[in-house]
Design a protein around this ligand. Structure first.
Ligand code: ADP
Ligand code: MG
Length: 631
C-alpha cells in the first residue's frame, strides 16, 4: 500500500458541500437514493461494456447492489460490482464538478429545503449528499478489467480535503462506507433503510440486497462477515414498462416516474405503448407537470433512456425526441437493435428514426387530445412548456399541422398575459371582411399591449395576437398562414385595407394634401433616421409610431438578433404620424421648430416600442427646449 495523498476539493465542490450540510437537512435520506443510483449506473455501464468484452464480467456476473449497516461501528455500506474507477477517474469524478451547469445550479437554489433537495437530485450532484449524514466517508474501488493492485481508497470528512491512496482490491466495483454523524442513528435501522430503498429505488432494474433480519436487541454484537450473511432482495426490480398496460396502476406509473426523474410532482400524462408488427418496441413517456430548472440549458443531459431488450444502453438527447420535446421523460425499449449499438450508429439507424417519428406523433396526439378533453390540464402544460413547443413550428415541418393547432397566444381580446387563444379560436372570431390574422411582436407583454400600433385595431374591435416570447419572431417567420389566412404584422407595411372603412379612406386622401408640406420637412429632418415619413392610418391617440417596411425584419427582430450577437441589417423604420393629433395639427400651420419636433416624435415612437435611443441626451435637450418655450 502506498502513502495517502491529500488533495483539496474544487471551489465549487466546497460551496456545494457547505450548502448540502447546512441547508438541506430536511431531506437527508436522499443520500441512499444517490448512492444506489450511482451503483446502478456503474452496473449498467459494465453490462454495456461487457457486450463487446465478455471477460470484464468474469465469473461474477450477477450485477447487484448490497446495502448493509453495523450498529456497533455506526456505519452504512453500499457496495456494487459495477465498472469501478481507476485513480484518475476517482479524482476526476469525486472531487471536481466538471459540468458547466454547476454555477447555474448553485444560482437556481431557492433556499427552500424541499425544493432544493429535489434540485440536487435533478442536477445529479448526488455523491456529495453523503456528507449530510456522514462525518467520514471512504470509497474503495477497482476498475473492471484492471489489475487488483490498481485499487484506490478515497476518503474524506467533507471539510475541504480528501485523501487518496493505492490499494490491492480483489473484487471489481465500488464500496462506499459511511461513518454516520452522532445525530444520525435513525439510519442504523433495517426498516428505515428498506423503506428508503423502496421509496426511491423500487424500479431500479437490478437487485438491491440487504442482510436478512437479525434477532432484536443485540446492538453490541459484532456484525458477521459478508460471506456469512444471508441476503434478500428489497426491491421488485422488474421493468415496469415490460408489463401489460392494463395490469399497471396509476400509482405504479407515478412511482416509476418519480424514481426515474426525482420529480415529486405527478406527471400530467403517461403514454405507454407496446408496438408489435414489423418493428417491435415499447415506449413509456411522461409529460411532466412542471418545467425543470434547466430546460434552457444547452448542456442538459437528461433525455430519453434507450434500452435494448431491457438492457440499459444510454441516455439519449437527440435521436429519440426532437429538441423541442426535450421536456418529455421516459424510455424506449427496442427489440431489434444490436446490444452494442453506439451513438454514431444510432444517428443513422433507420429503425431508430422510425421510432422517433412515431414517438413524436404519439406525444403530439396526446397533447391534442388533452387540449380537447382536458383544457385546464392543457393550459397548465402550455404555461410551462409553450415556449419550447413554439420551437417545434420552426424545426418540425413534418408535424406543422398538428403543432399549429397546439399553439396558444395572448391577444387583445382579454388583454391578459396568459397565452390562452388558439389560432382556431382566433379564426372563428374573424369577421368576414377580415382577410389576415394580425399579430404584434414586442419584447414584453406590456410593451405589446400598450403599443400605439394597436390603436386603430382597438377602435375597430379587431383582435390582434400579442407576441412577446423571443421565439415568437421565428415562429411567425415559419408559420406564414393558418387555414388559408396569412399572418400579418401590424407593425409592418401600409396595407390596412380590410380594417378600414371607405369614409376613413376618403378622409385620408384629403389629409395627404394638407400635410404634404409638413411631411417634406419631417423627411428632411429625419434623413438619417427614417426611411420614409407618411400619414398613419393606424393611430388614434398617439402622435406617431414606427413601422417596418413589408420585407424588413422589424425592430423587435433586429434587437433580438443583436442581443444574440448576430449581424442584423440596420434597416431604417418608417415614421408614421397621426394627422388628427393636436401636436401635428398645430405643427402643420406653425412649423418653425419642426426639426426638434420631428426628432422628438421619432424618439418617442422608438421608446414606446421598447427600443433604446441612439442619443438619449440629445432627446432630453430637445424636449426641454420645447417645454421651456411654453412656460
Ligand atoms: P452523477 O451520478 O450525476 O454523475 P454523482 O455525484 O452522483 O453525479 O457521481 C459523480 C460521478 O462519480 C459519477 O458520474 C461516476 O462517474 C462516479 N461514480 C460515483 N459513484 C460511482 C460508483 N458506485 N461506481 C462507479 N463510478 C461512480
Ligand atoms: Mg449520481
Amino acid at each position: 500500500m502506498s502513502a495517502a495523498k491529500t488533495h483539496g476539493f474544487q471551489t465549487e465542490v466546497n460551496q456545494l458541500l457547505k450548502l448540502m450540510i447546512h441547508s438541506l437537512y430536511s431531506e437527508k435520506e436522499i443520500f441512499l437514493r444517490e448512492l444506489i443510483s450511482n451503483a446502478s449506473d456503474a452496473c449498467d455501464k459494465l453490462r454495456y461494456e461487457s457486450l463487446t468484452n465478455a471477460e470484464l464480467l468474469s465469473d461474477d456476473d450477477e450485477l447487484a447492489v448490497h446495502v448493509s449497516f453495523d450498529k456497533k461501528k455506526r456505519t452504512i455500506v453500499v457496495k456494487d460490482n459495477g465498472v469501478g474507477m481507476n485513480e484518475a477517474e476517482v479524482v476526476e469524478n469525486i472531487g471536481t464538478i466538471a459540468r458547466s451547469g454547476t454555477k447555474q445550479f448553485l444560482d437556481s437554489l431557492t433556499g427552500e429545503k424541499s425544493k432544493d433537495a429535489q434540485l440536487i437530485g435533478q442536477f445529479g450532484v448526488g455523491f456529495y449528499s453523503v456528507f449530510m449524514v456522514a462525518e467520514q466517508v471512504a470509497l474503495t474501488t477497482r476498475k473492471a478489467g484492471d489489475d487488483t493492485s490498481n485499487g484506490v481508497i478515497w476518503s474524506s470528512d467533507g471539510q475541504g480535503e480528501y485523501s487518496i491512496e493505492k490499494a490491492d482490491i480483489k473484487e471489481r466495483g465500488t464500496t462506499i462506507t459511511l461513518k454516520l454523524k452522532k445525530a444520525e442513528d435513525e439510519f442504523l435501522n433495517e426498516y428505515r433503510l428498506k423503506n428508503i430503498i423502496q421509496k426511491y429505488s423500487e424500479h431500479i432494474s437490478l437487485p438491491i440486497y440487504m442482510p436478512k433480519a437479525e434477532d432484536e436487541g443485540e446492538d453490541d454484537k459484532d456484525q458477521p462477515k459478508d460471506a456469512e450473511l444471508e441476503w434478500e432482495t428489497v426491491n421488485k426490480g422488474t421493468a415496469l414498462w415490460a408489463r401489460a398496460k392494463r395490469e399497471i396502476k396509476t400509482e405504479e406509473y407515478n412511482q416509476f416516474y418519480t424514481s426515474m426523474t426525482y420529480d415529486s410532482d405527478e406527471p400530467l400524462s403517461v403514454l405507454h405503448n407496446h408496438v408489435e408488427g414489423k418493428q417491435q418496441y415499447t415506449s413509456l413517456f411522461f409529460i411532466p407537470s412542471k418545467a425543470p430548472f434547466d430546460l434552457w440549458d444547452r448542456d442538459r443531459k437528461t433525455g430519453i433512456k434507450l434500452y435494448v431488450r431491457r438492457v440499459f444502453i444510454m441516455d439519449d438527447t437527440q435521436n429519440l425526441m426532437p429538441s423541442y420535446l426535450r421536456f418529455v421523460r421516459g424510455l424506449v425499449d427496442a427489440s431489434d437493435l444490436p446490444l452494442n449499438v453506439s451513438r454514431e450508429i444510432l444517428q443513422k439507424n433507420q429503425a431508430i428514426q422510425k421510432i422517433k417519428s412515431a414517438s413524436v406523433k404519439k406525444v403530439l396526439n396526446e397533447l391534442k387530445k388533452m387540449a380537447e378533453k382536458k383544457p385546464d390540464d392543457y393550459q397548465k402544460f402550455w404555461d410551462e412548456f409553450g415556449r419550447v413547443m413554439k420551437e417545434g413550428v420552426v424545426e418540425d415541418f413534418e408535424n406543422k399541422e398538428l403543432l399549429q393547432n397546439l399553439l396558444r397566444f395572448a391577444t387583445t381580446n382579454d388583454g391578459e398575459e396568459k397565452q390562452t387563444v388558439s389560432l382556431k379560436d382566433y379564426a372563428s372570431r374573424m369577421p368576414e371582411s377580415q382577410k389576415s390574422i394580425y399579430y404584434l411582436t414586442a419584447d414584453s407583454h406590456a410593451a405589446a399591449k400598450n403599443s400605439p400600433h394597436l390603436e386603430l385595431f382597438r377602435k375597430n374591435n379587431t383582435e390582434v395576437l400579442l407576441l412577446s416570447d423571443p421565439v415568437d419572431e421565428w415562429l411567425v417567420a415559419h408559420l406564414h398562414e393558418y387555414d388559408g389566412k396569412s399572418l400579418k404584422s401590424i407593425a409592418k407595411g401600409a396595407d390596412l385595407d380590410d380594417v378600414q372603412d371607405d369614409e376613413a379612406k376618403e378622409k385620408a386622401k384629403e389629409q395627404e394634401k394638407d400635410f404634404s408640406d409638413l411631411i417634406e420637412k419631417f423627411k428632411k429632418a429625419l434623413e438619417n433616421k427614417a426611411k420614409d415619413v407618411r400619414l398613419s392610418q393606424r393611430l388614434t391617440d398617439s402622435p406617431a409610431c414606427l413601422v417596418a417596411d413589408e420585407h424588413d425584419l422589424g425592430g423587435n427582430m433586429e434587437r433580438l438578433l443583436k442581443a444574440m450577437g448576430q449581424d442584423a441589417p440596420d434597416s431604417k423604420p418608417i415614421l408614421e404620424i397621426n394627422a388628427e393629433h393636436p401636436i401635428l395639427v398645430n405643427l402643420k400651420d406653425n412649423n418653425d421648430k419642426v426639426e426638434d419636433w420631428a426628432n422628438v416624435l421619432y424618439d418617442q415612437a422608438a421608446l414606446s416600442e421598447g427600443a433604446p435611443l441612439n442619443d438619449p441626451s440629445a432627446y432630453v435637450k430637445r424636449v426641454n427646449s420645447l417645454l421651456s418655450e411654453n412656460l
